[in-house]
Design a protein around this ligand. Structure first.
Ligand code: CDP
Length: 227
């Protein structure tokens, strides 16, 4: 009897707050794979640029920053809901990069070609080792076009804003649904209309619309595809 081998490189793309991280983490855990959320790298560059008061509109300065930045992604050192530790230099920025100011500016930073080149080379090196679930916007199209399984997880902007709202409230922070919805739509627009590596499903991606599905149903559907 032959045993089916699950796909080794799994690319998981989709718009903001579509549930990629939840799905990716669960999938990686059940397969015993590494979970790598590439969004944290773009967030980390944005955070450090804001920290140093750099002009985010200055592509050259931000690109140099991305080329020099020492971003380290490590297994979670704390049990506080994090999927991994995000370390910049010697500082743990795991939660700092979730800040509203980072969220409002990350799409500008991630649209720069030089920033993308610096970060995606790094991502590709890690991805090619296999046994990985890599999450982002351009994993199936640009970073790992040879991925064995490509999922594009979608949901309406309203549903995604609701999920992001619930996430923030669950962390004990304040949130404004209308404001979140506006920001989600803005970020989608920038991410999908940028010249380099825009957000779009790869031609061979399986598109899952999760509007009417709960997290468990989405996981079950993708686990089916992994058999
Ligand atoms: O969790 P959420 O979907 O809100 O965002 P994220 O995955 O952490 O990504 C934050 C931002 O980084 C996105 O809005 C994109 O602008 C950028 N990003 C990207 O351009 N390419 C990736 N592979 C991952 C993230």
């Amino acid at each position: 009897m032959t045993k089916n081998i699950p796909p080794s490189i799994i690319a998981l793309d989709g718009p903001a707050a579509s549930g990629k991280s939840t799905l990716g983490r669960t999938l990686a855990d059940s397969l015993g794979y590494l979970f790598f959320d590439t969004g944290v790298m773009y967030r980390a560059i944005t955070w450090i640029a804001l920290q140093h008061d750099l002009n985010l509109r200055d592509e050259t300065v931000i690109t140099e920053l991305a080329q020099k930045a020492q971003i380290d992604i490590r297994p979670p050192s704390k049990n506080d809901g994090r999927a991994c530790d995000v370390i910049l230099g010697d500082k743990d920025v795991t939660w700092d990069i979730r800040d509203g100011k980072v969220e409002a500016n990350v799409s500008v930073v991630s649209a720069y070609a030089g920033v993308r080149r610096a970060l995606s080379e790094h991502q590709r090196r890690i991805g090619m080792r296999g046994r990985i679930v890599m999450v982002g916007r351009d994993i199936g199209t640009v970073v790992l076009p040879e991925a064995d399984l490509k999922i594009y997880l979608d949901a309406s902007a309203e549903e995604r804003a609701r999920r992001r709202y619930d996430e923030i409230i669950a962390r004990g922070e304040k949130a404004d649904y209308d404001e979140i919805l506006k920001k989600v739509i803005e970020r989608d627009h920038i991410d999908s209309t940028r010249a380099v590596a825009p957000l779009r499903p790869a031609d061979d991606a399986v598109i899952i619309d999760s509007d009417k599905m709960n997290a468990g149903q989405v996981v079950a559907r993708v686990m089916e595809l992994c058999k």
